[in-house]
Design a protein around this ligand. Sequence first.
Ligand SMILES: [Fe+2]
Ligand SMILES: [Fe+2]
Length: 360
Amino acid sequence: MSLDPKASRTTASAGDAFVTPMQITWQFDYAAEIEKLRNLYSKSKRLQWDAEVQIDWSQPIDPSKPIVEEGRFGFDRMPFMQRLSQRQREAFTAHVSAHRLSQFLHGEQGALMVAAALVHAVPDHEGKLYAATQTMDEARHVEVFERYIRKLASVYPMTPSLKRLIDATLQADHWVKIAIGMNMIVEGLALGAFHNMRRMTSCTLLRQVLENVLRDESRHVAFGNVYVGHAIAAMHPDQREDVAGFAFDALHTLASSFGGAGGRGRYEPDPGFRDVLVNADIDPGDFVRGLKEARDQGVAPEQAPGTIHSFKDLMIPALVRVGAVTDRTRALFAEAGIPLYEDCTVLESMEDRETGEPIL
Ligand SMILES: [Fe+2]
Ligand SMILES: [Fe+2]
């Protein structure tokens, strides 16, 4: 089955521009002082790869076949989906996968801009060099996801909650907030999603893409830990509180958009997902009734053993570890019903080993 991308309806707008208050810093002291950052930079240079050469793009993929094992997305377990025609189900499979991967693509574009912003904003020479390599990594990630999605269907718009989170990160006034928003929160979310999809996908091409991207991402997570921990420890307590407040707000916004880590949030409508349904010839109203029917019957997505939970295993332990949670924000997290997980086992297993430990 092949799907004509031009026939698909999407609401992606061409562009979106805003002004940021970012401060740009020159650094004329070129002497290496942060050895682990220098090592991370060296490693990043050595491990650059060309997506056109490293990945065999000639591998065929069938957009109508699930790229993730049946049952894992949860939708195909809904009685409503089982009543649809085969044509509708196949179209839904292709478009829902493209919608999900489009979020990876847009997130990577956000990471590309944030990494470039870090080149401008970080105060240390080695930090600027490292951030330049992350910028190239993220450009490559944009390239590979865009290319893969085109094979499946078309690029779908960014979900409003992800856009809000990355915009807030880009509009932050201090580089530590930018690094927290991106290297810990957005990349924590992405790392969990990439890892889970790599384990569950039946598509060899997608697995290759994700394995290569994950190798780069392990350095990005290590950078957040090495550099942000160092900067927070050196901050005046008032500034630390300001940064901790940003971390809480970002996480709380994200948790709310996911239905709440503490279960108090609200799902918000996603116009892109509505387009998925329309492109698959499914009535959105019928789909919503199908969701309610599945919920009433207790049908829920399966959690495969080894599934990584981005909040619990990656984002929250990373924030606690670098000192971005203070006594004041601890109380805010408790009030919001977001547990503060401190176990770094999964996080450590996914970050660059040689450089991942704190430098203090
Ligand atoms: Fe990336
Ligand atoms: Fe990244």
